[in-house]
Design a protein around this ligand. Structure first.
Ligand SMILES: NC(=O)c1ccc[n+]([C@@H]2O[C@H](COP(=O)([O-])OP(=O)(O)OC[C@H]3O[C@@H](n4cnc5c(N)ncnc54)[C@H](O)[C@@H]3O)[C@@H](O)[C@H]2O)c1
Length: 271
């Protein structure tokens, strides 16, 4: 069902790898709500070819490759997107994360710092690079909305989340800091959505993910928020209904973040 929330809006969606990706689901919802979109992912991810299916389902949306750590790639992406739209952009989804230390099985206490630099660059400073590119090119309309996806490991310890916890803290900080400057300059708003654990390629890379996701469900009064639910929340954040929300970390987790314990977990502990 469409509510036409994004009629006339134009956006760039980063990070749709396959059908499980939160960005994939968000692209479909944005299209259904009337938006025009441009899809982007790292050139290596585009080679899988999956994204072309999504592009077709989104009214033949252009797919433009960009390694989000590369300023030239980003400049090219924004210039081509504006050319395609015939004007400026109204929303951006940053749905990107990658941990080299997790991927290579390094324990947090034995971190490889070169890998860590790459992790922070891809997963956190890339948001700064995206915003900086848009700023330099004056690519965003007033009241544009930028959303990046994060996880509660930025605030609380989840040991197996490893260096990504630090990356998400940095991502949330960039959101506030750049959000301030972009708000003052152009009324652009920047927020993070802190999503429940979700079965995607990036999510399942976390060690012990099955235990992790089941625990979160048991600790959330509403259960875990799905990728589909997250896509709906992104649509609302891109719409004009949330115009005055900026520099926030918005928990989208069925109540997990403010729950001390649930009856379900107490009963499990008593067994
Ligand atoms: N899945 C979860 O449990 C969960 C929970 C909270 C937050 N998140 C966040 O949601 C976002 C999306 O992840 P997802 O779960 O949909 O997984 P996903 O694996 O489908 O998406 C991650 C994306 O990042 C892209 N990417 C990696 N390196 C890149 C680079 N250098 N340049 C451009 N793109 C690059 C990948 O190609 C991929 O499309 C991430 O920020 C993730 O941390 C996920």
């Amino acid at each position: 069902m469409s509510n036409n929330l994004l009629i006339g809006k134009k956006g760039i969606i980063f990070g749709a790898l396959d059908e499980k990706s939160i960005a994939w689901k968000t692209a479909l919802k944005c299209h259904a709500e009337g938006a025009q979109i441009v899809l982007s992912n790292a050139p290596v991810a585009l080679r899988m070819g999956e994204i072309n299916k999504l592009a077709a389902a989104c009214g033949d949306a252009p797919v433009i490759g960009a390694d989000v750590t590369n300023m030239e790639d980003l400049k090219n992406l924004f210039e081509k997107a504006m050319e395609h739209f015939g004007g400026k952009i109204d929303f951006i989804l940053h749905s990107i994360g990658m941990s080299v230390n997790v991927r290579k099985g390094k324990h947090y206490t034995e971190m490889n710092y070169e890998w860590n630099q790459k992790t922070l660059d891809i997963s956190a400073m890339s948001l700064h690079k995206v915003l900086r590119t848009a700023w330099d090119l004056d690519a965003l309309n007033e009241w544009s909305s930028v959303v990046a996806l994060t996880y509660i490991a930025a605030q609380r310890v989840f040991p197996d989340y490893n260096e990504m916890a630090d990356a998400k803290s940095l991502l949330e900080s960039v959101t506030r800091s750049f959000g301030y400057h972009y708000g003052v300059k152009k009324k652009v708003r920047v927020n993070t959505i802190s999503q429940s654990p979700t079965r995607t390629t990036a999510g399942s890379g976390v060690k012990g993910f099955d235990g992790f996701i089941n625990y979160a469900a048991a600790m959330s009064p509403l259960g875990n928020a799905s990728g589909e639910d997250c896509a709906n929340y992104c649509v609302v954040m891109f719409s004009d209904l949330t115009k005055m929300v900026t520099m926030q970390n918005l928990f989208h987790d069925g109540g997990f973040s403010f729950t001390g314990v649930t009856q379900e977990v107490v009963e499990k502990m008593e067994k």
